[in-house]
Design a protein around this ligand. Structure first.
Ligand code: IMP
Length: 194
């Protein structure tokens, strides 16, 4: 199956390629427009990205595809009332991730709960049938410091429940078995096989 991936995030693309080895991904081309994401919920944004990219590809796409896959994801921190959440990619955009992660940790009051979760919604828009979504989360706590250099984004400050290392310290195969994206990808596989 050949799907267009509605994202310029190379880390997501790599993880999705590892998680869905039966799918050949076509990457969103460099000259194509920015994909909008102005919804309130992860699900809105995932559907918006997939349907926008599908409409654009139908007009301009240089090769046949069977549909579009979009991923909207983020880190929801209880002490920040669920933030940065859907705005995770837009939190402190001027900072690199180590600095951004330190800034986020500094925003958590010392006596506040450190519980958090990563959420991922995948939207699949097939060429000729309505789009659908699958989603998943992984629960955990925020580390006291940025730790590890595996993964990307907020991985070095997130410790999944049942572990002591952050996603930045755990190898990618362990992250895949636990993560929001890994769980959503497995739910997508089940939908595609049904
Ligand atoms: P969006 O889905 O493009 O709006 O952005 C998702 C953002 O959430 C990413 O740019 C990261 O900052 C964060 N994020 C999503 N998934 C992960 C993950 O698996 N690890 C670390 N950060 C993530």
């Amino acid at each position: 199956m050949k799907l267009l991936l509605a994202s310029r995030n190379t880390h997501k693309a790599q993880e999705l390629a590892e998680l869905l080895p039966g799918i050949t991904f076509v990457l969103w081309p460099p000259g194509a427009p920015e994909i909008p994401e102005d919804g309130t919920f992860f699900q809105d944004n995932a559907l918006q990205k997939a349907t926008f990219a599908l409409a654009w590809w139908k007009q301009h796409g240089p090769e046949p595809i069977e549909g579009v896959l979009a991923d909207d994801s983020g880190l929801c921190v209880d002490a920040l009332w669920g933030g940065p959440g859907v705005l995770s990619a837009r939190f402190a955009p001027e900072l690199d991730y180590p600095t951004k992660n330190r800034k986020l940790l500094a925003m958590i009051p010392l006596d506040a709960p450190r519980t958090a979760r990563f959420v991922c919604v995948l939207a699949l828009a097939p060429m000729a049938s309505p789009p659908f979504t699958v989603g998943a989360a992984v629960e955990g706590i925020l580390a006291l410091n940025h730790r590890g250099s595996n993964g990307f984004g907020y991985d070095p400050i997130f410790i999944p429940h049942g572990y002591e290392q952050t996603f930045g310290e755990l190898p990618s195969d362990i992250k895949h078995t636990l993560s929001h994206r890994g769980r959503a990808a497995r739910a997508l596989k089940v939908r595609l096989e049904a």
